[in-house]
Design a protein. Structure first.
Length: 125
């Protein structure tokens, strides 16, 4: 076995390609926080238990977050709960759309806006 490696020239250096340089953009995504999701899922859970709703979808976009509520998964959403922070100082950042696209309620407080979906829901302080 005369095949021996010569290490006299120093350590062997391998050039391993690293991750490609990325041009990271400052991409901000609007999302619901834990408290907001808790309020929405509380109403959603009551309606699912009563058999009115069956499915939901979450969309977190660059300018708004959407919680779409479906009676069946193959249909258009019955209601869409939207969070749009650009409207926070005007009409309020929370809004509920119906299947026709009509705004049912809009406001600054999510619990009050969600009362449209569940009139029996009330705030306990």
């Amino acid at each position: 076995m005369s095949d021996s490696l010569d290490y006299s020239s120093g350590p062997i250096r391998l050039r391993v390609p690293g991750p490609a340089p990325s041009r990271q953009r400052d991409v901000s995504v609007v999302s619901f926080d834990r408290r907001e999701l808790g309020l929405i899922l509380n109403v959603y859970g009551k309606k699912v238990a009563s058999g009115e709703w069956r499915d939901y979808a979450l969309d977190m976009l660059g300018d708004r977050a959407l919680f779409s509520i479906y009676k069946r998964s193959s249909e258009r959403p019955l209601f869409v709960v939207e969070k749009n922070p650009r409207l926070a100082r005007r009409q309020g950042q929370y809004m509920i759309h119906s299947i026709e696209g009509r705004v049912l309620k809009r406001g600054h407080d999510l619990a009050n806006v969600l009362r449209v979906l569940d009139p029996d829901l009330y705030i306990v302080r």
